[in-house]
Write a protein that binds this ligand. Structure first.
Ligand SMILES: [Zn+2]
Length: 153
């Protein structure tokens, strides 16, 4: 059994200035990606000149500098490449239960999302997953989620 050691420092201390950043992210060229998430689909872009596929989507090909890109939908299945459980949640996620973030191989690419599993100790690299999206009501946004195909953890 793994044990965790925490070092907690007692005061004196002062609170930091609260940090809240709200940005408007320009998505004009990748709107299809965000709309895809709303529909449960994950899109990448493919360069029609050299064939390279990009995720996250790229508007121009960093490889051959072509601007001839097309959208390709990624498969709805994949394999876990790596994962970790997030206990120290970032701003905006403080009130979420600790969650598992995974990187999944699909369509020759790696994509990141949340792995829907309660017990990360029974999850293994190489486990097969279904890829879908789920709305996070708090953020009014769809995110990529993975569900194990062959077992319940
Ligand atoms: Zn290219």
């Amino acid at each position: 059994m793994m044990s965790r050691k925490y070092v907690k420092r007692e005061g004196p201390w002062i609170p930091s200035v609260p940090l809240v950043y709200n940005h408007k992210l320009p998505i004009a060229n990748i709107e299809k990606y965000w709309k895809g998430l709303d529909e449960g689909r994950v899109f990448a872009t493919k360069c029609t000149a050299c064939g390279t596929v990009y995720y996250p989507p790229q508007i121009d090909c960093p490889s051959c500098r072509s601007q001839q890109m097309e959208w390709v939908e990624l498969p709805k299945e994949g394999v876990i490449d790596t994962f970790t459980k997030i206990y120290a949640r970032p701003q905006g996620y403080e009130d979420f239960e600790p969650y598992i973030v995974a990187i999944v191989h699909t369509g020759g690419l790696r994509i990141m999302g949340w792995l829907k599993a309660k017990d990360e100790r029974c999850v293994k690299v190489g486990d097969r997953v279904v890829i879908r999206t789920e709305k996070v009501e708090k953020h009014n946004k769809h995110i990529i989620v993975f569900e194990l195909t062959d077992k319940i953890c």
